[in-house]
Design a protein around this ligand. Sequence first.
Ligand SMILES: Cc1cc2nc3c(=O)[nH]c(=O)nc-3n(C[C@H](O)[C@H](O)[C@H](O)COP(=O)(O)OP(=O)(O)OC[C@H]3O[C@@H](n4cnc5c(N)ncnc54)[C@H](O)[C@@H]3O)c2cc1C
Length: 401
Amino acid sequence: MNARDDAGANAAALAAAKAAGFAVGLGDEVLQLKYEVRRFIEAEVEPRSRWIEEHDAIPDDLMQMARDLGLFGLTIPEEYGGIGLDLAGKCAIEEELGRSNYGFSTVIANHTGISSKGIVDLGNDAQKQRYLPRMATGEWVGCFALTEPQAGSDPAAMRTTAVKQGERWILNGEKIYITNATIADVFTVMAVTDKSKGAKGISAFIVERGFPGLSVGPNERKMGMHGCCTAPVILQDCEVPAANLLGPEGMGYVQALKTLTAGRVTVAARCCGIMDRLIERTVDYLKTREQGGHKLADYQGLQWMLADMALARDASRLLTQRAIDTIRSGARGTIEASMAKLHATEAAGKVADTAIQLHGGIGYMRDFGIETVARDVRITRIYEGTSEIQRSLIARELLKD
Ligand SMILES: Cc1cc2nc3c(=O)[nH]c(=O)nc-3n(C[C@H](O)[C@H](O)[C@H](O)COP(=O)(O)OP(=O)(O)OC[C@H]3O[C@@H](n4cnc5c(N)ncnc54)[C@H](O)[C@@H]3O)c2cc1C
């Protein structure tokens, strides 16, 4: 039986979630799922976090448990077999995912975010029918391929081309650093269809792993985010049926920007969960560790460091909520999303560093797990738009006539 089908357990989960003071304003269903994900993370993911870290892989049975819990279908509409969470719901779950292994949470976050959102938002009926039900169950994993060797912060400079030949598009080019590529079945690929139109000449395509001419390169060895694969995607005369053009021709980049704006808010939400866990662990340690005849918690200098951690986390959460509310209201939310991502990712880096400091030597030890978080969160300042790009986006909006 699926964990989400047990009425008694669901009622208990809901009551516990409310008692734990989980975020105000979320519907009962989201609260209940949030609580179930918390239990799953604590009982199943956290105990295997060290294994994931050391092996740079996720155990198959853990992936299956995530499928059974419905995690792969978080944002896919119910009519296609998903849970159909909106941005607020997704962020509520991202916070829980942030509490444990970053690689594991990234597999889910990427699949349910940038890798399926394009199909949800732009796909036609036939595309939705073919891809979304399988993506909702996690039978098919998605990835999102935008970045290229010469086009990172400026993706509009991409060189991958798509040329129409009869009933097919022929794609040529190379994408790099693509999260989930090694395990993906469905690739949302951006390619230039009309060079003369610049950013408005970039289109999106749904490419299946089995299409002739698509290959995935070796998995990158990374500073953190272990367990979640990142690899290049090579398109060599890759044949894509005309029916797999996603959205109108020339809309790929415009859609990618929208997808990335919402994605930034979810990155911020996950950072809030990461900081929650770091602060909880630090509080426990300060209350139990004694030095110089006192608990560490008695030292005012350390209390102030803890207070700054909580301040950084809470400011991030408020900015994240503002971004959610802005986008929910129908506005683009560019400034709000960029500010939330910028602040939360930088705060998470600082909070992780302070957590190591407050733990002293043990904070530096691999088996203790805090140094892992410090390495993992570093990526959040780079992907889905670097911190510098977020600042530029904010300034550009402010300077607009
Ligand atoms: C682990 C990982 C996973 C990733 N996953 C994906 C994925 O799934 N799909 C995908 O498409 N991409 C993915 N990426 C790519 C990621 O989005 C890019 O790495 C990121 O956008 C930065 O591009 P770049 O690496 O080319 O750096 P560059 O753009 O070369 O930037 C280098 C430095 O210059 C700064 N800079 C660049 N341009 C400007 C500017 N105009 N103004 C001010 N500063 C600037 C940057 O902020 C940075 O500090 C991933 C990357 C990593 C590392």
